[in-house]
Design a protein around this ligand. Structure first.
Ligand code: SF4
Length: 222
């Protein structure tokens, strides 16, 4: 059964890597900003950009609303695509102020599925970003799907590489208990495994999931 299988994979990953304590942020707002900045870049670059925002004293809904877009872009330059991401941050905080008075507490107070639809309506926020915000900043039971998820579970024969975001997400959500802690940890473990082993060019030697893997034999460990 898929539910037992998904839990078995979780247990194996957890036994291998231990708790990941993801998302590394001091506040829910920092999680939201990080979720936007991490689009199309690696986490190390996001950390530098967040460090710059903190150092400049503009990592708050008020300050991000008021800072000029060009200064913001310069501050987040290490995250890449900084002009686009500056606009995306501005759009997000603009939405936050307009709909929720600048308060994340108010934003997360309502029905989370409705909030998900609302977030998806904000320019520059796609499903992965919306789900990251909901799960990691708002403690809402939604599953985050990313390239690591698709790659690993395609190798395991659970999905196709081309399977759409919502289909992969609902596969996890309908076969796992609706548990924020589980969803939080599972996504973080998938990312960890994706960094160590199930990369674009997999490093299959030492992969703890190789007995489950259905990927091309050429990609499998000896
Ligand atoms: S054996 Fe290789 S392709 Fe299969 S899950 Fe592990 S790293 Fe990925």
């Amino acid at each position: 059964m898929l539910d037992a299988y998904l839990l078995e994979i979780f247990d194996l990953l957890h036994a291998t890597y231990g708790p990941r304590h993801w998302w590394p942020a001091e506040t829910p707002f920092e999680v939201c900003v990080g979720a936007i900045l991490t689009q199309n870049t690696n986490w190390g670059n996001v950390e530098k950009a967040i460090g710059n925002l903190k150092g400049s004293g503009i990592l708050s809904p008020e300050a991000l609303r008021d800072v000029p877009a060009d200064r913001l872009a310069e501050t987040i330059r290490p995250a890449g695509y900084f002009n686009v991401k500056s606009v995306r941050l501005k759009d997000f905080v603009g939405y936050l102020w307009e709909r929720h008075g600048g308060s994340l507490e108010r934003m997360f107070a309502g029905e989370w599925r409705e909030l998900r639809e609302e977030l998806l309506g904000v320019r520059g926020i796609g499903p992965e970003t919306a789900d990251s915000i909901l799960l990691y900043a708002g403690d809402k039971p939604t599953f985050v799907v990313d390239a690591y998820t698709r790659r690993l579970f395609a190798a395991l024969g659970v999905v196709d590489r081309e399977t759409g975001y919502e289909e992969v997400r609902s596969l996890f959500m309908s076969n796992l208990p609706s548990d924020v802690r589980l969803f939080n940890e599972y996504h973080a473990l998938i990312v960890e495994h994706g960094k160590h082993h199930c990369r674009k060019r997999p490093r299959c030697a030492g992969c703890g999931l190789h007995l489950f893997c259905r990927a091309n034999a050429a990609e499998r460990p000896a």
